[in-house]
Design a protein around this ligand. Structure first.
Ligand SMILES: CC(C)(COP(=O)(O)OP(=O)(O)OC[C@H]1O[C@@H](n2cnc3c(N)ncnc32)[C@H](O)[C@@H]1OP(=O)(O)O)[C@@H](O)C(=O)NCCC(=O)NCCS
Length: 137
């Protein structure tokens, strides 16, 4: 069952993520908790997959998401996002952006029905392009 994360406890594992496209640390996530709601799937009481949601006037935005390195490839993020889409995000389009070279994330978004709606060249600090994606409710 999805759970709202209030204190962001148990997310220390984000420091272990090896993805070159994940640039967040816990302090940054906490700084944004006033404007973002964080949601997670738990395993033995600990968050193993989490994401943030921002409610914009006309859409939802997903600024960040990750699965614990020991739990990746087991369906956790697909399950978390699908549950959020079926409950909280039913009423509006969902927007996000992804580094063009982040193959696991791009495959995940495609599997969940996101389509490309634009690109921002040289958007990331490594010079990579941001691919803008949208999913209709
Ligand atoms: C992207 C990420 C969140 C996927 O989470 P996950 O829990 O491992 O994903 P799931 O097991 O739910 O996989 C769902 C689908 O995503 C795709 N996918 C996930 N990992 C993949 C990989 N390594 N290679 C290719 N496709 C992948 C597949 O389409 C998969 O469906 P399938 O298993 O039926 O083939 C995870 O790789 C991660 O935490 N990456 C680092 C953080 C990151 O880059 N976040 C995005 C920027 S903020």
């Amino acid at each position: 069952m999805i759970q709202k994360l209030e204190q962001l406890d148990g997310l220390g594992w984000i420091e272990r993520l090896e993805s070159p496209h994940f640039h967040w640390n816990l302090s940054q996530l906490k700084d944004l908790s006033a404007s973002h709601d964080y949601w997670a799937l738990m395993d033995s009481g600990r968050p193993v997959a989490f994401t943030a949601l921002i409610r914009l006037p006309q859409a939802w935005e997903i600024p960040v998401l990750a699965t614990h390195p020991d739990h990746q490839g087991q369906g956790w993020m697909r399950k978390l996002l699908q549950q959020l889409f079926d409950t909280i995000c039913q009423d509006a389009e969902i927007w996000l952006e992804v580094h063009e070279a982040n193959a696991p994330a791009r495959a995940l978004y495609q599997a969940l029905g996101f389509i490309e709606v634009g690109r921002r060249p040289r958007y990331y600090s490594d010079g990579g392009t941001a691919v803008l994606l949208s999913r209709q409710p």
